[in-house]
Write a protein that binds this ligand. Sequence first.
Ligand SMILES: [Fe+2]
Length: 277
Amino acid sequence: MKAAVQGPDPSLVYRPDVDPEVAKDKGSFRNYRSGPLLDRVFATYKLMHAQQTVDFVRKKHAQFGAFSYKKMTVLEAVDMLDGLVDESDPDVDFPNSFHAFQTAEGIRKAHPDKGGPARHMQVAPCPQWAVVGDTFPVGCRPQASVVFCDSTFQDNPDLQDPRYSTELGMYQPHCGLENVLMSWGHDEYMYQMMKFNKFSLPQEAFYIIRFHSFYPWHTGGDYRQLCSERDLAMLPWVQEFNKFDLYTKSPELPDVNTLRPYYQGLIDKYCPGVLSW
Ligand SMILES: [Fe+2]
């Protein structure tokens, strides 16, 4: 298939695997069957899967789309994550600000001299907003690889609505993920925020941010019926980012203060100054 997207092939730009020092035991991540945090994780998804509806997501787009809530820099936003522990995450029980730096440092370590996209990937880990966890399309039936799929959607009213409860739901085949309404979370918020503030990053960086939590697609292999050729061309980029987003999670927390000057330099280049949130 001819890729719809021009630009470097990530499989050529990037090393084929993450640093083994970083990825100690990949099989132990994203365990949704057991573990000390499982009850908290399940409770978060139960609420999410009952309440993320077409109507809810449209309201959130309207609520946050004007970016009139707050003015702050990128690092001020990362600092705010000191107060957020991601309750959907079975691997992490420390503030999300560390996860942002861990992800960025993992990419920096594996791809130290790659200009362009690798640097963009370092500066674009996820400051979160309001809703955490994996995302999924609303407006169609959830597919099998959505976590807790069998036990969390009973109370979602969209699944009683014939417009939204078939495999395609309200979408045309291969309409492209850009035309799909995703469950509301930090992915879509950050994508819209980056667009609003005119970040000088390539389209791959925008795409990675928008779909990095869409595990049922980039890892589960579902929802191919909604994908365009552009989506399939972008998929390797999302998967490359995902390795660092996931496997750099470690209780060994980075010394954030020594890292700040380096990231301030990237921020000054790609997303400087006081931004609208
Ligand atoms: Fe994220």
